[in-house]
Design a protein around this ligand. Structure first.
Ligand code: 0X9
Ligand code: ZN
Length: 321
């Protein structure tokens, strides 16, 4: 649709087709799992990347989960994660010794589009749509009253104190009618429950933050979990150059029903929300359709993401990026 880099979910050669191609072309390395279906019937897809993937029970090796595009308009999160997937898959194919060694012992999981309905809608209807496409008012069409915020629907302090999410369907942070009411939430939470990732990077944009639990209340214990600091770094020495690491409620704002809180509390996952940059100042959620800027954003986050992967076999002694 006139973009040089970005591709929609549905189009021929689009993101959905690419994920199936990556799995088909790497049968001994990549396993595609359909975790569920969206409101509009799209597959919720995860790729497991590990040596001998199809023959190995999910979650039997220490796992890392890289997820992105919960919020429909945050296209850069998908592009960065997609490039990370290719870093490992293409590195394995090219016999990169570090990648080969890693993928013998560790399984990497990729959910590059956690909200494919919303993503598609940003190409066809509204570039700045955020939520999923739940038809809240049941009128058979999508308008401002519709959609649930996928990062407010998890069964972890869902709706707590009514602060940081909304009961109003019109709101951009509508938490949905019940905890885990949404297929996107059940897919992600179900995967987390099943593989119990040691680490997660749940990519969002924008703001150059590197956030970690808890989001639901300022000053909760994980603020001082030394692992979050060991791998995320400090303001003076952040794991992603130019980003500010910090506990999310304290650093940004309070949320509830949030993904990383769910993973941390229910699976013991050390779970980060990187908020990527804008590409150029003022671009906001509309990161430019510019190969050089997108690749630079990927490369900036690569050492941090490699640190998570390399640390999974022994999480309490992290290999810093
Ligand atoms: O509000 C969100 O879900 C994330 N920001 S975004 O602009 N991408 O929507 C931030 C979630 C991080 N958690 C907290 N701030 N508590
Ligand atoms: Zn977001």
């Amino acid at each position: 649709a006139g973009f040089t880099v970005y591709r929609s979910w549905d189009e021929p050669g689009g993101i959905r087709a690419e994920l199936f191609d990556v799995a088909r072309n790497n049968p001994n390395l990549v396993k595609l799992v359909v975790l569920g279906r969206t409101h509009q019937g799209r597959e919720l897809i995860a790729l497991k990347v590990t040596q001998g993937a199809p023959g190995i029970r999910d979650g039997s090796r220490p796992a890392v989960l890289y997820s992105s595009l919960q919020h429909a308009r945050e296209w850069i999160s998908l592009e960065v994660n997609r490039r990370l997937l290719h870093h490992f898959v293409d590195g394995f194919r090219a016999n990169d010794p570090a990648v080969k060694n890693l993928l013998k012992s560790t399984e990497l999981w990729f959910v590059v589009a956690a909200n494919p309905d919303g993503y598609q809608y940003t190409f066809t209807n509204e570039r700045l749509w955020r939520k999923n496409l739940r038809d809240n008012d049941g009128d058979g069409q999508i308008s401002a009253v519709d959609g649930v915020d996928p990062n407010r629907n998890f069964d972890e302090h869902w709706g707590y104190d009514n602060e940081g999410s909304s009961p109003d369907p019109f709101s951009e942070t509508y938490r949905g009618p019940a905890p885990a009411s949404e297929p996107e939430t059940r897919a992600m939470a179900g995967l987390i429950d099943r593989i119990k990732p040691k680490f997660q990077s749940n990519l969002h944009s924008f703001g150059q933050w590197l956030l970690y639990p808890q989001g639901w209340q300022v000053g909760t214990p994980d603020a001082d979990n030394p692992l979050y600091v060991a791998l995320g770094g400090t303001d003076a020495n952040p794991a992603i150059p130019g980003f500010n690491p910090g506990q999310s409620a304290d650093t940004l704002y309070v949320t509830n029903g949030e993904t990383t809180d769910y993973a941390d509390t229910n699976a013991g996952t050390v779970s980060y929300t990187p908020e990527l940059g804008e590409g150029i100042p003022g671009a906001g959620f509309v990161f430019p359709d510019d190969e050089a800027l997108i690749q630079a954003e990927f490369l900036k986050t690569l050492p941090f993401h490699l640190g998570l992967a390399r640390s999974a076999v022994n999480p309490t002694a992290p290999v810093s990026p």
